[in-house]
Design a protein around this ligand. Structure first.
Ligand code: BTN
Length: 325
C-alpha cells in the first residue's frame, strides 16, 4: 500500500506534466516538511523513478519505472467511471475469476482487476493464456450494461476497437482485427479478448471483459509454440511501452465508445470495426461447435454476427468460431 502522502506526491508530479516543482511548493501542497518531501523523493528513486533536481527550480520526474500498481494507473486517468475502482494484485490465478467474484459482490460498473502476473490465465475455448510477470496487461473490466443477452457479443467488437485506438494513440502502431476478438500486427496476435457474462434468463447482471495484451515481451520470452503466432508492442516498435499509460488509454477510449454505444447503439461501432478488420472479403474457414464452414467474409451484421458467403452463394451467420484466414 502506498501512503497517502506518496500518492499525493505522484499526483502533483503527474499534474505538473514534466515541469519542475520546487521543494517549497511540494512541502506546501503536501502539508509536510521539506525533509519529508526529500525522503519520499529518495524512496521514489530507490523504486526506479529517475528525478532531476535543479537548484532554485526543484524536482521533476524524467523516467517512471514500468509499474502497474493502482496508483500508477489512476494518476493521469482521464475517465468518469472506467478504471475509477482498481483492484490490483501482483500475482493471481486469473483476473477473470476475481472480477466474477467482485461483480457478484456488487462491484461498480467500470471496476477493473489488473495483475502483474497470472498463473492460470485463460483464453477462449478453455485455452491457457500465457501471462508472465512485468511484461503484459492482464486485466478484466466489469460492466453492467442494460442490454439483452444476445447483444453482448457486440461488446467484444467494441472492446477491440477501443484497444486499437489505445494502441495507436500510445505507440503509433495500427493493429488489425481478426473476427471476433483477436488483434493482430503483421499477422501475429498481440491482444486477446475474453467476454463472459453473469446473467439469468433475459437479464444481464454483469459483463466481464478480459484483456490480455503482450506489451514488453521480447520474442524469445514467448514459449516456442507461440513465437510464430504472437508478438508484442515492444517487438513491433523496438522499444518498451509504459503499461500504465496503455491502460489509461484503453480506459479513455473504451469509455467514450461504450457511452456512445449505450445511447446510439452498435451502428457507429460497426463502421469503426469494419475499418480495422483484416478478414473482410477474404475467404475464411470458421470452425464452430456445429462444424466447419468455408466462405468469403462479407461483413458483420448490425448485431455483430459475422456473415460468410459460401461457394454456393449461401450466407451463413457465424455467432462464435475459431477463424483461420
Ligand atoms: C483469447 O483467447 O484470445 C482471449 C484471451 C484473454 C486473456 C485475458 S488476460 C486477462 C483475463 N484473465 C484471464 O484469465 N483471461 C483474460
Amino acid at each position: 500500500m502506498q501512503s497517502d502522502l506518496r500518492t499525493r506526491l505522484l499526483q502533483a508530479f503527474s499534474e505538473a506534466e514534466g515541469e519542475f516543482l520546487s521543494g517549497q511548493k511540494l512541502s506546501e501542497t503536501l502539508g509536510c516538511s521539506r525533509t519529508a518531501v526529500w525522503k519520499h523523493i529518495e524512496d521514489l528513486r530507490s523504486e526506479g523513478y529517475e528525478l532531476e533536481a535543479v537548484r532554485k527550480r526543484g524536482y521533476r520526474i524524467t523516467h517512471k519505472p514500468d509499474k502497474i500498481s493502482g496508483n500508477e494507473i489512476q494518476l493521469g486517468l482521464k475517465t468518469e467511471f472506467m478504471g475509477r475502482h482498481i483492484h490490483f494484485e501482483e500475482v493471481v490465478s486469473s483476473t477473470q475469476k476475481i472480477a466474477h467474484s467482485l461483480a457478484g459482490d456488487g462491484a461498480e460498473e467500470g471496476t477493473i482487476v489488473v495483475a502483474d502476473q497470472q498463473t492460470g490465465g485463460r483464453g477462449r475455448l478453455a485455452r491457457a493464456w500465457y501471462s508472465p510477470k512485468q511484461t503484459g496487461i492482464w486485466m478484466s473490466m466489469i460492466l453492467r450494461p442494460k442490454i439483452p443477452i444476445n447483444k453482448t457479443p457486440q461488446l467484444t467488437l467494441l472492446t477491440a476497437v477501443a484497444l486499437i485506438q489505445a494502441i495507436e494513440e500510445v505507440t503509433g502502431l495500427t493493429p488489425e482485427i481478426k473476427w471476433p476478438n483477436d488483434i493482430m500486427i503483421n499477422g501475429k496476435k498481440i491482444v486477446g479478448i475474453l467476454t463472459e457474462l453473469q446473467a439469468e434468463a433475459d437479464r444481464v447482471h454483469s459483463v466481464i471483459i478480459g484483456i490480455g495484451m503482450n506489451v514488453n515481451h521480447s520474442l524469445d520470452q514467448f514459449p516456442e509454440e507461440l513465437q510464430a503466432i504472437a508478438t508484442s508492442i515492444a517487438e513491433e516498435t523496438g522499444e518498451p511501452a509504459d503499461r500504465a499509460q496503455v491502460i489509461q488509454a484503453i480506459m479513455k477510449n473504451f469509455e467514450k465508445l461504450y457511452t456512445s454505444y449505450l445511447i446510439h447503439g452498435f451502428k457507429p461501432v460497426k463502421l469503426l470495426w469494419e475499418s480495422y478488420a483484416i478478414s473482410l472479403n477474404k475467404t475464411l474457414i470458421a470452425r464452430t461447435l456445429q462444424g466447419t464452414i468455408r466462405g468469403r467474409a462479407i461483413g458483420i451484421d448490425d448485431e455483430g454476427v459475422l456473415l460468410l458467403e459460401t461457394a454456393e452463394g449461401k450466407i451463413e451467420k457465424i455467432y462464435s468460431a475459431d477463424i483461420e484466414i
